[in-house]
Design a protein around this ligand. Structure first.
Ligand code: AP5
Length: 190
């Protein structure tokens, strides 16, 4: 049976962390546009080279590139068994509209959008801590602040976009990873 979920939320909200467990438990394929871009960077592809400077500034890669990557993933999936969790996509209204169209074209419908709600100072602290462990290029304070600004201006309007469709599930993202996971499980269909 098809299932299409979206994880929405600011940088550091826990989208990637929660996505891994949820995909395992619900047999979903995680589509993380951030991971896909980082894979292009580490392989040194043309797309990776184009994206590098944009990501390091904390800006968004162009909608056309992102939608093209997602379209390739979705259209290669088995019809009737498309089970996907989008992590970090869509991030702009144009991407959300393109996803709507892609779902219509593939006779699919959205199951739910989960918003992970965490206040900004906690997010900054989480990402600075990750910087010490993983050394991700965009986890420095200046870029983190810009990623927050970009989220607030370009991605946060999607909260109203999905709320108006009756698709938004808000989940408090503060607490242990297990506590947050429990809250996410509660708002999703069994
Ligand atoms: P992307 O990789 O999507 O980064 P992001 O949205 O900034 O997300 P993060 O990975 O930083 O946070 P997360 O919410 O996944 O949290 P996580 O679980 O990792 O995008 C990177 C860049 O790629 C963008 O800036 C842009 O340039 C480009 N890009 C990607 N998608 C794009 C798109 N659709 N359009 C255009 N450009 C795009 O957790 C963060 C940390 O917190 C971890 O260390 C984790 O261990 C910790 N943590 C998690 N949960 C908890 C908890 N409950 N308590 C304490 N710590 C926790």
């Amino acid at each position: 049976m098809n299932e299409i979920l979206i994880f929405l939320g600011p940088p550091g909200a826990g989208k990637g962390t929660q996505a891994k467990q949820l995909c395992e438990d619900r047999n979903l394929v995680q589509i993380s546009t951030g991971d896909m871009l980082r894979s292009h960077r580490s392989r040194g592809t043309e797309l990776g080279k184009q994206a590098q400077a944009i990501m390091d500034r904390g800006e968004l890669v162009s909608d056309d590139i992102i939608v093209g990557m997602v379209r390739d993933e979705i259209t290669s999936m088995e019809a009737g068994n498309t089970r996907v969790l989008f992590d970090g996509f869509p991030r702009t209204t144009a991407q959300a509209e393109a996803l709507d169209q892609l779902l219509v074209d593939s006779s699919l419908s959205l199951t739910a959008t989960v918003l992970l709600d965490v206040e900004e100072e906690e997010l900054v602290q989480r990402l600075l801590k990750r910087a010490e462990i993983e050394g991700r290029a965009d986890d420095n304070e200046e870029t983190i602040r810009n990623r927050m600004k970009v989220y607030n201006t370009q991605t946060a309007p999607l909260i109203a976009f999905y709320e108006e469709k009756g698709m938004l599930k808000r989940v408090a993202g503060l607490g242990s990873v297990e506590e947050v996971y429990g809250r996410i499980s509660e708002v999703l269909p069994k």
